[in-house]
Design a protein around this ligand. Structure first.
Ligand code: HEM
Length: 510
């Protein structure tokens, strides 16, 4: 909860509120006013809400909210809302101080915000509603106690456990890179053109299923069966969220329905495999302490499999995509990681350039590009500098991390020495020089507050290892001059990270 003193609800009836909406009264009282965005207006990139013809371009929908924002001053530049009389308000904010205040006040306490389940309908239909990601209130608290400790820093990074675990991760990555190296050598070409996203997906799923959950699924089966099934299902989750009501009566008639059913069956098989390690304490199950029956864990396992695959692939592919445009930076990371064999927390902490690359990747291209919240009551939030904003009950709050992190006002040259929309890991040195730590200046790449990502340390370890190991073996150059973004559940490089790949010469034998 925020430390704002609770105030009484405004107590407005539905009719009073409706009348205020008709008269277009500013609903967000306090020091941080927002600007109303018209539903229809010429010349904008999209309509300001998802519908069956625009839902594949969610970043453009968000762009729409900030058209003309540069003409405004203060909070009005960054807080924008939709207001249709009779419906709940939709507030889109790219102001980091407000984002932070709302995230800090999202929990199971009375009066706190919920995670808005509306944009995750399709995810819940595929994974089950009783998961850590989807649930709110007391159910969320129970799920957090049950599932989050397995991923905590103290559990994962206990020295006596960590080394076995890290070694299996490293072995998996080394085997996959060897395959790529052999393919490259056998091609007889010094440079080959490859899309890195499919390779990354398989290695990420392999680490999760085999190393983390103690499964033993072959690389080929992951590549040819499970990854395609999950990619299809994740795509289905997005379209199902927008079009469920329209399509539900007819979906069994669609030829795609059989394909989705097959993918769901594969997903269930993978969930069974992940759970099967529990009985004999394989992988990280050895540390799992709970009497909960397997059935009670299924939704969370599905969320971990699909969510972690999606988020870690997004993070790793963006880091590789950014490096593919910057050979000098690639070289700097190489000089740093060439001597690292074990990716333990101490060694990783030494890899300052790699760490800055990862931090900057999450800032400029966050995997989760917006964080959805819902006000359960009329709620005052307070920013760190003492400004207050009333968010009325029922408001859908879209915390637009993508635009916050690209906004010159917060991340531009004056603040960090580099333009906000440039990939510049060196900005973190400038910020540190000004005495500003990443704890103070947040990019929300793993969220913030009580619902922060429980997989943060696992994810950072996996992505650091994959990027570090890859840079050690290959040099790679982007094929396109610019990498565009596409977005669904998460953001990804639109070209699948298409690069020209070249083997580094093997180091001379020691
Ligand atoms: C490394 C890449 C990852 C990124 C960038 C990432 C990002 C995020 C973010 C931004 C949130 C907050 C969402 C919100 O506030 O609405 C979140 C929540 C969550 N993440 Fe991650 N994540 C990553 C990896 C993982 C992994 C590896 C797991 C599990 C194995 C995981 C499981 C979850 C769960 C269950 C939640 C919901 C937590 C709650 O609501 O209490 N994530 N993640």
């Amino acid at each position: 909860m925020s430390d704002v003193a609770p105030i009484p609800r405004t107590g407005r009836t539905w009719l009073e509120r409706f009348w205020r909406q008709v008269r277009r009264v500013q609903p967000f009282e306090g020091d941080c006013p927002a600007v109303r965005v018209p539903l229809l207006a010429p010349g904008r990139p999209s309509l300001p809400f998802p519908h069956p013809w625009n839902y594949r371009e969610p970043l453009r929908i968000l762009d729409t909210f900030f058209v003309g924002a540069e003409k405004e001053a203060g909070s009005r530049r960054h807080n924008r809302y939709l207001d249709v009389p009779g419906l709940s308000y939709v507030l889109v904010t790219r102001e980091p101080a407000i984002i932070r205040a709302v995230l800090s006040a999202t929990s199971d306490q009375p009066g706190d915000f919920d995670r808005d389940t509306m944009p995750a309908d399709g995810i819940a239909r595929a994974t089950g509603p009783d998961s850590l990601l989807y649930s709110n209130g007391a159910l969320w608290r129970r799920q957090k106690k049950l599932a989050a400790p397995s991923f905590s820093r103290s559990n994962l990074f206990q020295p006596e456990k960590f080394h076995d675990f890290e070694r299996t991760f490293r072995k998996t990555v080394a085997e996959r890179l060897d395959l790529l190296r052999v393919r490259q050598t056998e091609s007889g070409q010094s440079v080959t053109r490859v899309e890195l996203e499919p390779e990354s997906q398989v290695v990420m799923l392999e680490m999760l299923v085999n190393n983390f959950f103690g499964g033993s699924v072959s690389y080929e089966e992951l590549r040819d069966r499970f990854v395609p099934a999950m990619v299809l299902l994740i795509d289905h989750m997005v379209s199902d969220t927008v079009a469920h009501r329209l399509r539900a009566p007819f979906r069994r008639l669609s030829p795609r329905w059989a394909v989705v059913r097959r993918a769901q069956a594969d997903f269930e098989t993978l969930t069974d495999i992940a759970l099967s390690g529990r009985a004999d304490g394989r992988g990280l199950w050895a540390q799992f302490r709970s009497d909960a029956p397997d059935e009670a864990l299924r939704s969370n396992i599905r969320v971990f499999l699909a969510g972690a695959l999606e988020a870690t692939t997004s993070f790793a592919t963006w880091a590789l995509a950014h490096l593919s445009h910057m050979p000098d930076l690639q070289e700097a990371v190489y000089q740093e990681v060439r001597g690292i064999d074990v990716y333990d927390p101490d060694n990783l902490a030494q890899a300052a350039t790699l760490n800055r690359v990862l931090e900057e990747t999450l800032r400029l291209t966050p995997s989760l590009y917006f964080l959805p919240r819902r006000a359960t009551v009329d709620t005052w939030v307070e920013t760190a500098d003492g400004r207050r904003m009333l968010i009325p009950r029922g408001t859908h709050v879209v915390l637009d991390v993508w635009h916050a992190n690209r906004c010159e006002d917060f991340w531009g040259e004056a603040e960090s020495g580099y333009p906000a929309d440039a990939f510049a890991p060196a900005r973190w040195e400038v910020l540190a020089g000004k005495g500003r730590s990443p704890k103070e200046i947040l990019h929300f790449g793993f969220g913030h507050g009580p619902r922060v990502c429980p997989g943060k340390f696992l994810g950072l370890l996996e992505v650091g290892l994959v990027v570090g190991a890859f840079v050690k073996v290959f040099t790679f150059r982007a094929v396109h001059a610019r990498t565009e973004a596409r977005a669904g559940v998460s953001t990804k490089p639109a070209d699948g990270v298409l690069v020209d790949l070249e083997l580094r010469p093997l180091p001379p034998p020691a």
